[in-house]
Design a binder for this molecule. Sequence first.
Ligand code: PFF
Length: 495
Amino acid sequence: MSDNQHLEHMEHDRGTWGSNFGFLMAAVGSAVGLGNIWGFPYKMGNKGGFAFLIIYLLLVIFVGVVVMLGELTIGRKTGKGAVGAYAALSKKYKWVGYLGILSAFTLLAFYNVLGGLVMRYMFGFLLQILGVDGFSGAGMGFFGYILYDYSGMIFFHVLFIVCNVVIVMGGIQGGIEKFCTVAMPALFFMLLFVIIYVAFQPGAGEGYKFMLTPNFEPLSSFGGFIDVLKTAAGQMFFSLSLGMGAIISYGSYLDKKEDLQKNALIIPACDTLIAVMAACAILPACAAFNMEYAQGPGLLFNTMQNVFLSMGSFGNFVGFMFYFLVFIAAVTSSISLFEAIVTWRLDVGIEKKQKVSRTKIMSIAAVCSFIVGIPVALDALGAADAVVKAPYLLLGMTPEQLAAGQVPMAIDCWLDFFDVISEGIFMPLGALIMAVLIGWKWKTRNLIVPECEISGHKFWGYTFFDICFKFITPIGMILVLGGQIYDFFIKALIA
Ligand code: PFF
């Protein structure tokens, strides 16, 4: 093969999805993740149940679907990942693409560690099934124990990243699509099984009441409303994988004949369904086992550990299934973050007519993400006696100040540090800039409508989308960004 032929061949090798269903499973796989199963139930538990649910649903409709359509369109129109796509639309805005890549790395820093934790629980139950104590005698206190098991934290961190490498190396159709097409339906049915099991536990009914009884008390003051709004919005971005280039990359591999608007509706609908289903498993389980709804981030691990260990040997089996399900949710999300990075480098290689290897790019991305994740894995969620010190300790603040609520959330541990940067700032900022660029510069009529209509489907709801791009999304994002910056950085300092 001559060099030219080889390059042409490589360009064709960038890859496409095999079918719209395959694309949907991958995109829903990206969206459905720890955000749904770990984040949504605990945030709903913290922020008053029903009121949170309603605000969340409104945000999905007015912001989520709109930004999703924007990202899919930008990706498919340019046929490039985030950096290449923004550069193709306007050289001046290439940096917005880099912002996406940066957020992908900051998110991976803690997502891989959480994925590793999930794998540790999964192996724990597997060992239990085999008759070995999989939780080192720590039983229900395992969450506290594992954080100090540094070699275990690193081992499972690496193992989770290796799973990503194997899938992403397989390419778009042979790796990501193939895996997600099997994994996502499996996840749905396993979750359904857990919901049905929990529903039969005495006392579970209280949990449904908490979720579904109309109660607008948390929204009765302006401050309360903003508090619920920003938590729900941060959650929505994170959950829908928006604002960081993952959806742009997935869109770039989509065939021109596919209906973008339909996809932009189906992905958020499935994601929301799974989040609500996860809450339907975890909050009633909380009620049945007399545990607090407002437990914060430990909710998933602590509550479910109680459920499974109380079920005797059958619990080992259900526990394994459950963590396997959470693992699938996590890995189908992290591969999309890696893919955002891989697509960026592939595009650069193709543009410069250089030889590019997906395997090499992915391996480098994996090593980099491992390195940034090390402090997250080793700081025992900010404990003062951990081997790696949390940011607040490095800055000379004390555990007493932490206990008194005087340490900003952004620096209380490395997980929050990376989470605040990505979910709290980069993601809404990315969405804000994109919405403003589409609404005011590139224009819904000139950019979004023609690309959506290429497939032969008529664009519907023009006024709705245009108003959302121009006003609703930007205003919402400014409120959210302001609220989050105050919450994560400032609130504690003036306490
Ligand atoms: N949506 C994923 C979740 O809910 O866990 C997280 C995520 C994946 C965010 C990919 C962003 C992203 F690009």
